[in-house]
Design a protein around this ligand. Structure first.
Ligand code: FAD
Ligand code: NAP
Ligand code: SF4
Length: 680
């Protein structure tokens, strides 16, 4: 195994771009695209779309891509009729996919995943009949014979993957799926040969790997090992190391690493998790084993990846969502164009939130992800006269439209009234844990420059300015709603926009009106203790050392909120219920950790010197405060569009918040901006 950089090649990322051998498989670089279920795996008719998705990333230079999970048995399905690799016919159907990836210069591994008790169906099975807190179905306990058969089924799936033309497999042993369920006392209550002691609980994964190796010769086998379970009665570090030694002996070629079961109540990948937060555990594993080890989770830039490799913490780096966000991540890094990478911001809004809602994955910053065959930005033919496009507003909708139009070959002018790009998204960047959002604006800024878009900042476009353009895309966005509440002109009242842009400040006691996404974010902003280090973050979430605390869980250290905040809404539903499926719980937990007082079912009476007066459950009450921040939703800015619509019959388009303000988010804004241009 070579770890020395190729010094002959001038690059900022010599370690990242250094080839590596995994058994008979030579990879051109250290980038692994980690497994992500996209929803395109489950149906035969989606295979061409799945192929296009992987081919685009193979062309983008990814070293090794790993598919979403394929079950080794039907009882191991993630959901009814989900993907499995159990028959020769299925394997043959994958040959077009693997062939196309190879033609594009890539390498691809199939992930074999048995969902165990995470299977969202009544036939789910596990080590013991212990229901998971995140699925409604109680699994049946596998009989001893069925455990034995399941281990063999894993090996058969791997052999089928080999026949299907895959270059490797990954056996999913982390994130709380079946193999993890066998390993932890939390879910393995057996007293036969597959349980009872930590050593006996390891028998199942060891048998899976041993039988696999027996069946497939030197075929590369990646094993995804859980370094930190983050659940009660999870594994200790000593157990993890013993498991790694036994798996290595059984024939693992490379260890990929996983952090946290899906049911863990510690965030592991969302944007508020510090970058590369878990790398030290990867380094600890690497010191214990002789095969290569791959780092994962919240690694989203070539700089971070390079630094992990250069410091010797890992041999490979896994990035899944960053390659949804930008299929050309590797090639851009290699060509010295890292500033053009469309960085994953860890929002989960279009990837995991979709998958966990039974929808197909995509990406907030790259709506073409997983839609490579249907959302196509065709270049305008050279023979056609170059049409002009004016985009008004440089929020996410307008930025996506301007860049997409320039990529297609239109002559684009982008008008922005403000002195900077970004619109409301710039306010989002001010929220602690959403700093990554700045990367999206860096990406757009650089792409506009490279594509030669005529960007006119501090220019509020008028109808007259736009008369000469062939196409006008209006993306004038939203402004904060000013609700009708008595006393809203009191000096203590500020809008979230004024607060987050620094035009207004808040006192020590604050009432927040409106508990949507922005109200929750503003409450976090107001209570946040500045200067939080990685150690502080771990301590607040109760992450300990798995060598001392089983599962890596310890007592959380309380936060010290810098303000006293009360968050109010009129609805009676739980606060923050509309937040993202895979991130909302973490935002709600931060509010709790920060002592934010939540008031639901309120009617707003007035604001005065005393504070915010409410009626709750028919009783008047007052939130004594120095500042009231209004986060009561937004309204569309439509004046310009309405004016243009009077004189233009064609070539006028309305997108983003200017189109519909309700339930607006950047996902919709960027997708709409891209789609409108694809259709021009
Ligand atoms: P806007 O962002 O409002 O942009 C419109 C732009 O048009 C503005 O820059 C404005 O100056 C300009 N403009 C208006 N009129 C003219 C004119 N006549 N000439 C030139 N320019 C003009 N979304 C998410 O998806 N996920 C999140 O986690 C998230 N968090 C958020 C947190 C906060 C604190 C905030 C405030 C928002 C958050 N959002 C989030 C919402 C997201 O930022 C918005 O949905 C998105 O910005 C809307 O995009 P837009 O382009 O439609 O409008
Ligand atoms: P929102 O989610 O629609 O919430 C607006 C809030 O204002 C609601 O809680 C509503 O609650 C209240 N409200 C509405 N009209 C009011 C009135 N007339 N008087 C008093 N209160 C009123 O909008 P938002 O918080 O402004 O967020 C905008 C968008 O940004 C959202 O759609 C969201 O998707 C996106 N965003 C997402 C995230 C994220 O983490 N994914 C974070 C921030 C923002 P009641 O009616 O119950 O009072
Ligand atoms: Fe990353 Fe968000 Fe895109 Fe998912 S949707 S890949 S988290 S930017």
């Amino acid at each position: 195994m070579s770890t020395a950089p190729d010094t002959a090649r001038p690059t900022a990322y010599p370690h990242l771009l250094d080839p590596i051998e995994l058994g008979p498989l030579r990879l051109p670089n250290r980038v692994v695209m980690g497994s992500m279920h996209t929803g395109l795996e489950d149906r035969v008719w989606d295979l061409p779309a799945l192929t296009a998705y992987f081919v685009e990333r193979a062309r983008g230079g990814v070293g090794l891509m790993i598919t979403g999970g394929y079950a080794p048995t039907r009882r191991g399905w993630l959901k009814p009729l989900a993907s499995d690799m159990t028959t020769r016919l299925q394997a043959m159907r994958h040959r077009d996919l693997t062939g196309a990836v190879h033609d594009a210069g890539g390498a691809i591994a199939l992930q074999v995943l048995h969902a165990g008790r995470y299977g969202y169906h009544p036939l789910s099975v596990s080590a013991s009949a212990v229901k998971s807190p995140i699925t409604p179905f109680k699994p049946s306990a596998l009989s001893a014979k069925a455990v034995d058969q399941t281990a063999t089924a894993f090996a058969r799936s791997v052999a089928l993957a080999q026949k299907a033309g895959y270059d490797a497999v990954e056996i999913m042993g982390s994130e709380g799926y079946l193999i993890n369920q066998f390993l932890a006392a939390r879910t393995n209550h057996r007293d036969d040969e597959w349980g009872g002691s930590a050593s006996a609980r390891m028998r199942f994964p060891v048998e899976v790997v041993r039988r696999t190796r027996e069946l497939v010769g030197d075929f590369p086998v990646v094993y995804r090992i859980s370094l930190l379970d983050l659940v009660e009665d999870g594994q200790t570090w000593e157990e993890t190391v013993e498991l790694a030694h036994r798996l290595e002996e059984a024939g693992v070629t490379v260890f990929n690493t996983g952090i946290g079961w899906h049911e863990a109540r510690v965030p592991t990948i969302i944007t508020q998790v510090p970058r590369a937060a878990w790398r030290s555990l990867t380094a600890r594993l690497k010191a214990e084993v002789g095969v290569p080890v791959c780092a994962s989770n919240r690694i989203n830039t070539p700089e971070v990846a390079e630094e992990i490799l250069a410091s010797g913490d890992a041999d490979l780096v896994s990035m899944a969502r960053p390659l949804l966000a930008d299929p050309d991540f590797v090639v851009k890094a290699a060509e010295g164009r890292a500033d053009e990478i469309n960085t994953c911001i860890g929002c989960n809004q279009a990837c995991l939130d979709h998958v966990f809602s039974n929808d197909k994955a995509s990406c907030l910053v790259n709506p073409r992800a997983c839609r490579e065959t249907t959302l196509v930005l065709l270049p305008v033919p050279d023979a056609e006269p170059r049409r002009s496009v004016a985009v008004v507003g440089a929020g996410p909708a307008g930025l996506a439209a301007a860049v997409s139009a320039a990529e297609r070959g239109f002559a684009v002018t982008l008008f922005e009234a403000d002195a900077e790009l970004g619109g409301q998204f710039r306010l989002a960047m001010a929220i602690p844990g959403k700093e990554e959002f700045a990367e999206t604006l860096r990406y757009y800024r650089r792409r506009l420059e490279v594509l030669g878009v005529d960007v006119r900042l501090s220019t509020r476009a008028t109808a007259a300015d736009l008369a000469a353009y062939d196409e006008v895309v209006v993306a004038t966005g939203v402004v904060p709603r000013v609700p009708e509440i008595d006393g809203l002109d009191h000096p203590s009242v500020v809008s979230y926009a004024d607060l987050l842009s620094g035009r207004a400040t808040a006192g020590a006691r604050v009432a927040v009106i409106g508990a949507g996404g922005i109200g929750v974010d503003v409450s976090h902003y107001l209570t946040h203790e500045p200067g939080e280090t990685l150690e502080d973050w771990m301590a607040h979430w109760g992450v300990g050392d798995p060598a001392e605390d089983r599962g890596g869980l310890t007592t959380p250290r309380p936060r010290k909120p810098v303000r006293e905040v009360t968050l109010v809404q009129r609805k009676t539903t739980p606060i923050g219920i509309g937040l993202g499926k895979t991130s909302g719980w973490a935002h709600r937990a931060v509010l709790k950790q920060s002592g934010v007082r939540l008031v639901s079912g309120a009617a707003y009476d007035r604001v005065d010197d005393e504070g915010l007066h409410l009626t709750v459950d028919g009783r008047p009450t007052v939130v004594e405060c120095d500042t009231v921040v209004v986060c009561a939703g937004q309204e569309s800015v439509r004046g310009l569009y309405d004016e243009l619509a009077e004189s233009r019959e064609t070539g006028l388009h309305l997108i983003g918040g200017a189109d519909v303000a309700a339930e607006l988010d950047a996902k919709r804004a960027i997708e709409q901006g891209t789609r409108v241009v694809a259709a021009l």
